[in-house]
Design a binder for this molecule. Structure first.
Ligand code: NDP
Length: 443
C-alpha cells in the first residue's frame, strides 16, 4: 500500500506532471474508448461482484464509467479561469488571473453499489486536473477497479498515475490511505458514519475532503400528478438496483385524495418483480451480501414492531434454480408508519418504502425536510407553479420533478446535512480537484 502512495507521489514529478492539458485529455479520452471496447469484460466483472442484473450494469454502470472520463476531458478543455483588470493606486492597471494546479495525490474511496460508476466519477476529474490517484474500492466489489488498471496500461497512461489498493476500510487499506501524510485530499462515497471517521483523519494535515454520503430521500406525490407516470417513476426510484441506490426513495408522501389509489397501483408494480439477475427489467436482483440482507430484514421486522401495515413483501421470496443462495428480499411497501419511526428516519438501502398521507403543501414540505439527510427529493405534480415552489423549498442537493435519476453530469451533485460535503460534477469538480493560484501582474 505504501508503494502505491509513493508511486502516485513520484508520478506527479514524472512525465504525467509535465504533460500539457491537451496531452492529458487525449489519454483520458482514450480511457473512455477503451472501457467501451472492453464493455463486456467490465459488465461480467460488475455482475460477478455485485450480483446485480445485467440490464442495470449494461445500461447504467458501464456506460457511465466511460462517460465520466469523456465528460471531464471535455470540461477541463473548455472551462476558462477568471481574470480581472484591476485599477491600481497610481492610476494604472493590473491584471489578475487564475491558474489551476493539481492538488496532488488523491485518495478515492468508494462503495459497492455502483462500483465502476462511482469510482470513475472521481478518478475522471482527478486525472483531468492533473492529479494522481490511489483508489480503494469496496472489498465486496474489487474487480472493475483492477480492470481499469489494465485499461490505463493499454492506453499508455504513465506509471504511477492510477493506483489501486485492496483491503477493508476500517483498520486496513482505507484507514491506511486516510492516515497517510502523502495523501493530499480524500474523496469518499459511502455511509455517513464512515465519512465522519474519515473526516477526523483528514483533519491531521488539514487535508481537503469531498463526501457523497447516505440519504433518506422523500418523494412527494400531489393529487394532481399523473399517477401512471408516478408509479412508473417510483417503481424505479424505490426498487432499482434492489434499492441499493443512494438517490433511491425510501419515504413517500402522498396527498390524501389519491393515497389509496397510489398504494393500490404501487402494490401491483411491486408484486410484478420476480427475483433474478437476468437482462430483463422485470427481475429484481439480490442484495450485495448476507450481512446487508440481515440489515434490511432487520428493518422489515422493525417496521412491523413500529406499527406498520405490510402492504406487500416484508420477507424473503421463494427461490428456485439459479437464484437459490442469493441474498434476495421482497420488494416491500408499508403504510401506517409514524413519520418519526426509525424505519422512516434511517437509511435502509433496500427495496422498500413507507407511504404516508398528507393534507397540505406546507405540511408535506415540513415532513420531507424533517430529516438529518439532504441528498435528493422527487416531486410529482402537473401544477407548474407548485412544482417550482416546492422543489425550491426542499433542503437537498438535487430535486427531480416528474422524473428521477435523470442526470446531466455537468450539474453540481452532492448532498446537504448528513448527506455530504461539497459538490462534484462539471466545473464544480474542478473546485475540489485543483488548487487555484491568483496571479496579479502590474501592467
Ligand atoms: P461504507 O461507508 O461502509 O464503505 C465505503 C467505502 O469506505 C468502502 O470502500 C469501505 O471499505 C471504506 N471504509 C469503511 N470504513 C472506512 C474507514 N474507517 N476509513 C476509510 N475507508 C473506510 O459504505 P457502503 O460500501 O456500505 O456503501 C453504501 C453507502 O454508500 C450508503 O450509505 C449509500 O447511501 C452511500 N452512497 C452514497 C452515494 C452518494 O452519492 N451520496 C452514492 C452511493 C452510495 P470496505 O467496505 O471494503 O471495508
Amino acid at each position: 500500500m505504501a508503494d502505491a502512495v509513493a508511486a502516485a507521489k513520484a508520478a506527479l514529478n514524472g512525465p504525467w506532471g509535465k504533460m500539457t492539458t491537451a496531452e492529458r485529455v487525449k489519454l483520458i479520452s482514450a480511457v473512455a474508448t477503451e472501457i467501451e471496447r472492453r464493455a463486456d469484460d467490465f459488465l461480467a466483472a460488475e455482475v460477478a461482484d455485485t450480483g446485480k442484473p445485467r440490464h442495470v450494469a449494461s445500461h447504467i454502470d458501464i456506460p457511465r464509467g466511460a462517460a465520466n472520463f469523456r465528460m471531464f476531458a471535455d470540461v477541463i478543455s473548455t472551462t476558462p479561469t477568471e481574470s480581472f483588470a484591476t485599477a491600481t493606486p497610481d492610476g494604472g492597471q493590473a491584471l489578475n488571473y487564475v491558474v489551476r494546479k493539481p492538488k496532488g495525490v488523491i485518495a478515492v474511496i468508494c462503495p459497492w453499489n455502483f462500483p465502476l460508476l462511482l469510482m470513475t466519477w472521481k478518478v475522471g476529474p482527478a486525472l483531468a486536473c492533473g492529479n494522481t490517484v490511489v483508489v480503494k474500492p469496496s472489498e465486496e466489489t474489487p474487480r472493475t477497479a483492477a480492470l481499469l488498471g489494465e485499461v490505463m496500461n493499454a492506453v499508455g497512461m504513465p506509471e504511477g498515475v492510477y493506483n489501486v489498493v485492496h483491503g477493508f476500510g476500517a483498520g486496513s487499506a482505507g484507514e491506511f490511505l486516510t492516515s497517510n501524510p502523502d495523501i493530499d485530499a480524500i474523496t469518499f462515497t459511502g455511509e455517513t458514519g464512515t465519512g465522519q471517521a474519515i473526516m477526523q483523519k483528514a483533519a491531521v494535515g488539514v487535508r481537503d475532503i469531498s463526501f457523497e454520503l447516505g440519504g433518506k430521500n422523500p418523494a412527494v406525490v400531489f393529487a394532481d400528478a399523473d399517477l401512471d407516470k408516478v408509479v412508473e417513476g417510483l417503481s424505479r426510484s424505490v426498487f432499482l438496483n434492489t434499492g441499493q441506490v443512494c438517490l433511491g426513495t425510501e419515504r413517500v408522501y402522498v396527498e390524501r385524495p389519491v393515497f389509496d389509489e397510489f398504494v393500490k397501483r404501487m402494490t401491483v408494480a411491486a408484486k410484478a418483480f420476480k427475483p433474478g439477475a437476468t437482462g430483463d427489467p422485470a427481475y429484481l436482483g439480490p442484495l450485495i451480501s448476507a450481512e446487508h440482507q440481515e440489515k434490511v430484514l432487520g428493518y422489515y421486522a422493525r417496521a412491523v414492531a413500529e406499527g406498520a401495515t405490510v402492504v406487500t413483501g416484508g420477507g424473503v421470496p421463494a427461490l428456485s434454480g439459479d437464484e437459490t443462495g442469493g441474498f434476495y428480499v421482497e420488494p416491500t411497501l408499508w403504510t401506517g408508519l409514524a413519520h418519526d419511526s426509525s424505519v422512516m428516519r434511517e437509511e435502509i438501502f433496500g427495496p422498500c418504502c413507507g407511504v404516508i398521507p398528507f393534507d397540505s403543501e406546507d405540511e408535506v414540505i415540513g415532513l420531507a425536510n424533517d430529516t438529518d439527510y439532504g441528498l435528493c427529493a422527487t416531486i410529482w405534480t402537473e401544477n407548474l407553479s407548485r412544482a417550482h415552489r416546492v422543489a425550491a423549498s426542499m433542503q437537498v442537493g438535487v430535486c427531480w420533478v416528474n422524473c428521477w435519476f435523470l442526470r446531466d453530469l455537468r450539474t453540481a451533485f452532492g448532498g446537504s446535512g448528513h448527506s455530504g460535503i461539497g459538490r462534484e460534477g462539471g466545473v464544480h469538480s474542478l473546485e475540489f480537484y485543483t488548487e487555484t493560484e491568483n496571479i496579479c501582474v502590474k501592467l
